[in-house]
Write a protein that binds this ligand. Structure first.
Ligand code: PLP
Length: 436
């Protein structure tokens, strides 16, 4: 219940954050929301308002808010021991590693746990550059791989990059975004062929390259997916040159895309990646990231390495409980079914609004791209206005879209019900009225 006192504290917090948090911190909304608790697919703010969470935290609440199974696992483990560090073994870490190794599809897989997606990609780049003895890497245009120096150095999006030199030499490749660029007019097969030719040309003009890092569906970049099979065609070229493929599954892992457990499986002819990175949804909000690679690649680091908080027992217990729940309840199948209904509904809504350029996605990873109907130019102002209007309706969504943040992102927990999908679509339809 909201009292005058909680309201007062909440307002006070709003004023205070400006004095202590960095200006570059991404806080959604003109008046940031203070979330106090959640249940299922809903969260509540400090003023007692309930929201349908169509962004799942930030694709982190994979199963549901306050899932009893995860809460129980965390509480029980915390009562035994919270932390030990990777200097010692703990049972949940080994069990979770076994399960992820088996699910990864990577032969003779080894798993190293980190505490974030950024750190996972950092580790993957460390492994690839050490294994290949080259600091040249390939990355996709419009990509996002995290906030560390090396992750920013493979992020093909000027909103995130810096002018500093991380020591990595990155070349950016065409292929992840269909809607723009010199190949925009081509059909899937010709687009793939053009991107492959571009890749061959790029590799032909440079020295040894360690790896290509790519998101199977770009997340922050606006839920854009290349044609199925594009990375399989890339893989053939990479293999010929001994270049490793790092699949960044931070957003696409664990069944989020509905048809597949991992995003790379949409390009299945290419087989599993050499290195797979994960984070976000596995902990249902607990800080778990990690890297999977075959032993030969994983073991190429000769340092005596440790992650102080990676593999911490409480987070590992949460990951195990969460993974068990999502597999036992076939949440991937639910993402496919409910996501399929939701995308159809959003397409029908979008068809009546000329500022909606495209509704795209897979499973419960759906992007609604907004653009000026006269010029076709991306419309970040429209996306910001819809986000605010959705909040007024009691709906939380995300936004993204590379340089211009003109894409609304819909990524609810994978346990979303049909009724909630319909409710959320109706709320979004109301919010989109600000564009009329
Ligand atoms: N990789 C991808 C594809 C992401 O979307 C993100 C975060 O949004 C990251 C890496 C970085 O993960 P984290 O924020 O956990 O460091």
């Amino acid at each position: 219940m909201t009292t005058d006192r909680t309201l007062h504290l909440h307002r006070h917090l709003h004023d205070r954050h400006r004095g202590v948090l960095p200006d570059w911190l991404s806080l959604y909304y003109d008046e940031p929301i203070e979330i106090t608790h959640g249940e299922g697919r809903h969260v509540w703010d400090a003023e007692g308002r309930r929201y349908l969470d169509f962004f799942g935290g930030i694709l982190t609440t994979m199963t549901a808010h306050a899932l009893p199974e995860v809460t129980k696992a965390v509480t029980e483990q915390a009562g035994r021991i919270i932390h030990t560090s990777t200097l010692y073994l703990n049972r949940p870490m080994v069990e979770l590693a076994e399960r992820i190794a088996a699910l990864s599809g990577i032969p003779d897989a080894r798993v190293f746990f980190t505490t974030s997606g950024t750190e996972a990609n950092d580790t993957a780049l460390l492994l690839a550059t050490a294994y290949r003895r080259s600091s040249q890497v390939l990355a996709m245009r419009n990509s996002y791989h995290g906030r560390s120096f090396s992750a920013v150095s493979v992020t093909g999006n000027r909103a995130w990059t810096t002018t500093g030199d991380s020591g990595l030499h990155t070349l950016y490749v065409h292929g992840a975004v269909r809607g723009r660029g010199p190949f925009a007019h081509l059909n899937d097969a010709d687009f793939t062929a053009a991107c492959v030719a571009d890749l061959e040309d790029l590799i032909g003009h440079t020295g040894d390259i360690a790896a290509l890092i790519a998101e199977p569906v770009q997340g922050v970049g606006g839920f854009t997916a290349p044609p199925d099979g594009l990375y399989a065609a890339f893989r053939e070229v990479l293999n010929r040159h001994g270049i490793l493929w790092i699949s960044d599954e931070v957003q696409t892992g664990w069944g989020r895309t509905g048809d597949h457990f991992w995003g790379w499986q949409a390009h299945a002819a290419s087989g599993p990646p050499d290195i797979l990175t994960f984070a976000k949804g596995i902990g249902n909000g607990m800080s778990i990231g990690g890297v999977v690679a075959r032993a030969e690649v994983m073991n190429c680091l000769n340092a005596n390495s440790i992650s102080t908080f990676g593999g911490s027992p409480v987070t590992m217990a949460a990951g195990l409980a969460n993974l068990s729940y999502l597999l036992e309840h076939d949440l991937q199948g639910n993402a496919r079914r409910v996501g399929g209904l939701l995308i159809e509904r959003l397409r029908a809504i979008g068809a009546g609004i000329d500022r909606v350029r495209e509704v795209r996605g897979r499973g419960l990873m759906i992007g609604v791209e907004l653009a000026d109907p006269a010029t076709g130019a991306a419309d970040p102002g429209a996306a910001a206005a819809v986000l605010e209007a959705a909040r007024e309706q009691g709906l939380l969504i995300g936004k993204g879209g590379g340089h211009d943040t003109s894409v609304l992102r819909v990524a609810p927990p994978l346990s979303l019900t049909v009724a909630e999908a319909e409710e959320g679509a109706a709320l979004l339809e109301q919010a989109l009225r600000v564009l009329r």
